[in-house]
Design a protein around this ligand. Structure first.
Ligand SMILES: Nc1ncnc2c1ncn2[C@@H]1O[C@H](COP(=O)(O)OP(=O)(O)O)[C@@H](O)[C@H]1O
Ligand SMILES: [Mg+2]
Length: 706
């Protein structure tokens, strides 16, 4: 038995009678305290579910949390020796309790230390003691010297303060889970507030805190709760002039080709290649500014990008050129290139170029015809298809296209931005360009739907206010990063992105673009400076934005893109200083990839079985016991577990004053019913606004953007 715990044997309150890795059962002594234990010097409620007890053993003392208390009738009274016989041996109620082992408490140089996990179990007959005040504090208080932020107190440990280390809390992602109304949003707001407040006290630079928090706020709750705390910027879709929030801007030139494809529902086969090319070219033309009549330059650019596309397909492996009859991409692509060459030949004046074009056309035609096949199906229709192209066929095509480019000045390699770089362009120019390309490739029919969708986005007033690119006060990329992520002179920076009024069509797009740009910005910051820029990305109601998705399918959906970028941030963000905080009431609907990357959990009340099961899977088996309390936690109380705390602790979070809390706006039925609050109904303007989206665009355009 460990020496250090020997002196406290007089605090023994019972003995172990059953041991398994998950559960230790204890019989209380007849004289163990009944409601208040005084034997540690300070009154403690005892025995109580969730109370902590120690079982001294050879390694120190096993820490157990009480999960069950009950009475069993023993046939005989508890005897302390043979002398205690009563005249009649009556059955005697024996109090028992059950402990869930949590870890080991050790004493080292007069200080207590905690070890996670249990490797040595007690045996039957071992005594069980009530921990002293000091020991309790050691267990809940986190003696880690970097644990600087006080987030609350632990009611089960005589209200000892609970501290956390911000590097651990935010550095390895935090998930705050619990039912609606259980206090998640308050905890989010609180953690941000208490972190900044603690940092102000210790800042080496005059209370200036170089912290960045970016909050995706689907319910529009956080608008006012950080006032006076720092540089708070909120963005929303402005409907009215008043209010401090600014118009949210995620202009379309910031989107990458995947994001474009998701919003335009572009198909992989025909639309995406054109889309990518159009983006690449429009983004480049911003720098080059070619004269319109420069036919040679145009041809050179067009065939260069054909060539680059085929080369990159080849790099992906020849399988790209195989397919079932009628489905072979490459044959069609080749045919359309040949058609383009034939058309262009007519307009070429230079003889040398004309000859080369003819040469190449014939060679490519030869390759095409070699693979061209037809058959007659059961309906007597002739079906055209291409046989698989082999690697050397593709190489031959590449060689010929290079020859064709020779007299034009050789292949034009884009040195500028690729299709995914955030380079400014105007939506109108982009649409015009894509139309021109579609005509060239003879593929208007595939692009009509795409163009229609994009146009309708740009003409919807509310959507356009977020994504348009034409306003005179066009915000520059650098400025965008300064405003949304942070700059040198606004510390600490809290950015609130209110998504509540965002039209649902672009919700996922806007969040994916922002999350991606924020992530990339940090990635590039590290690449250039060698240092990480610590920033916390907060997602409330995360199950909406980071939803688990089913198997792969070819269509890119906005929802999936959005989940994928957060999965990437969850996996790699740490390297670049990006920490995630998620709050959700439906852990079972969240992306499991993201959830499994979270190293700290703050669990509020969770009632649903499915979500409880889910949460239990995230923690080690031996700690399951403490989670039994999840369905009955009052608001403000939560169980903290994971990386920041050696043992799971029940925390009563610090109190936030009314104005510091996020304002969840539940509809107020009663006050409206009894006319305490006025509600007028006039559908007229609403209908007008509603129908206008589709019908009278003229009026809108003349109003310009809001
Ligand atoms: N730390 C806290 N300080 C003060 N009140 C709190 C705190 N945590 C929760 N509450 C109370 O609980 C209510 C619900 O909290 P909220 O964060 O909106 O829940 P959720 O986001 O889980 O739906 C709040 O309106 C507030 O009254
Ligand atoms: Mg909430």
């Amino acid at each position: 038995m460990n020496q250090n715990f020997d002196n406290i044997r007089h605090r023994s309150i019972g003995t172990v009678e059953f041991v398994s890795p998950k559960e230790i059962k204890v019989i209380l002594e007849t004289d163990a305290p009944l409601s208040t234990s005084l034997n540690t010097g300070v009154p403690q409620l005892f025995p109580r579910v969730n109370g902590i007890l120690l079982v001294p053993n050879e390694a120190g003392a096993l820490i157990g949390i009480i999960t069950w208390i009950g009475i069993e009738y023993s046939p005989y009274p508890k005897r302390k020796g043979y002398k205690d016989f009563d005249l009649v041996d009556l059955p005697f109620p024996l109090r028992k309790l059950s402990l869930s082992p949590l870890g080991i408490l050790k004493e080292k140089d007069g200080k207590y230390e905690i070890e996670r996990g249990v490797y040595s179990y007690p045996s039957v007959g071992d005594i069980v003691i009530v921990p002293s005040q000091e020991q309790l504090k050691a267990i809940v208080q986190n003696k880690d010297e970097n644990a600087r932020i006080k987030i609350g107190v632990s009611p089960m440990a005589a209200n000892a303060a609970v501290f956390v280390d911000p590097d651990k809390l935010f550095g390895r992602h935090l998930a705050i889970l619990g039912n609606t109304g259980s206090g998640k949003s308050c905890s989010v707001a609180g953690l941000i507030r208490w972190s900044i407040e603690s940092a102000k006290n210790e800042s080496a630079n005059n209370e200036s805190v170089n912290a960045r928090f970016i909050i995706f706020d689907p319910n529009g709750e956080y608008g006012t709760c950080f006032k006076e705390l720092g540089n708070v910027k909120s963005y929303e879709v402005k409907i009215r002039e008043e209010g401090e929030a600014q118009q949210l801007k995620v202009p379309s030139w910031m989107w990458n080709s995947w994001e474009w494809a998701s919003i335009a529902q572009a198909s992989a086969r025909t639309q995406r290649p054109i889309l990518r090319r159009a983006l690449r070219e429009i983004k480049n033309s911003q720098n080059v500014d070619i004269e319109k009549d420069n036919k040679i330059y145009y041809l050179r650019r067009y065939y260069s990008s054909c060539l680059i596309e085929i080369k990159s397909d080849l790099n992906k492996g020849v399988t790209a050129f195989k397919g079932k009859p009628g489905k072979n991409d490459f044959g069609k692509k080749l045919k359309s290139i040949i058609n383009d060459i034939s058309k262009d030949i007519e307009n070429i004046l230079d003889d040398e170029i004309k000859m080369e074009f003819n040469n190449v056309k014939n060679k490519l035609k030869g390759i095409e015809l070699n693979h061209y096949k037809t058959f007659t199906n059961e309906n007597n229709e002739t079906i055209e298809y291409y046989e698989d192209f082999e690697k050397n066929d593709i190489e031959e095509v590449i060689k010929n296209l290079s020859n064709l480019l020779e007299p034009l000045g050789g292949i034009l390699i884009y040195e500028g931005p690729d299709e995914d770089s955030p380079v400014f362009f105007k939506n109108e120019d982009f649409l015009a360009h894509i139309e021109r390309l579609a005509q060239q490739a003879n593929q208007q029919q595939y692009l009509d739907f795409f163009l229609m969708r994009v146009r309708s986005l740009f003409t919807d007033k509310r959507i356009a206010s977020v994504i348009n690119t034409e306003t005179s006060s066009e915000i520059k990329f650098e400025k965008w990063l300064e405003e949304y992520i942070g700059s040198n002179d606004n510390h600490p920076s809290i950015t609130i992105v209110d998504l509540s009024l965002l039209p649902s069509e672009i919700l996922y797009l806007v969040v994916s673009v922002m999350a991606r740009i924020i992530f990339e910005a940090h990635h590039r910051y590290k690449k250039q400076t060698g240092q990480t820029l610590p920033t916390v990305l907060v997602v409330d109601e995360a199950h909406n934005l980071i939803k688990r998705y089913e198997t792969e399918d070819d269509n890119i959906s906005g929802q999936r893109l959005c989940t994928q970028i957060f999965e990437k941030i969850a996996k790699e963000g740490r390297k670049f200083g990006v920490g995630l905080v998620l709050a959700s009431q439906r852990p079972s609907e969240l992306s499991q990839t993201v959830l499994s990357q979270c190293n700290t959990f703050l669990l509020h009340r969770i009632v649903s079985d499915r979500d409880q099961e889910m949460v239990k899977k995230l923690v080690p088996d031996t700690m399951g016991g403490i989670l039994n309390e999840l369905p009955v936690l009052p608001s403000r109380k939560a169980i903290l577990l994971g990386w920041v705390t050696p043992l799971p602790v029940l925390v009563e979070m610090n109190e936030l004053s009314e104005e510091q809390r996020p304002k969840s706006k539940d509809p107020e039925f009663w006050n409206v019913w009894i006319n305490k609050e006025e509600r007028n109904i006039d559908w007229g303007p609403i209908v007008y606004d509603w129908q206008q989206l589709k019908e009278s665009n003229e009026r809108e355009n003349s109003n310009d953007t809001p």
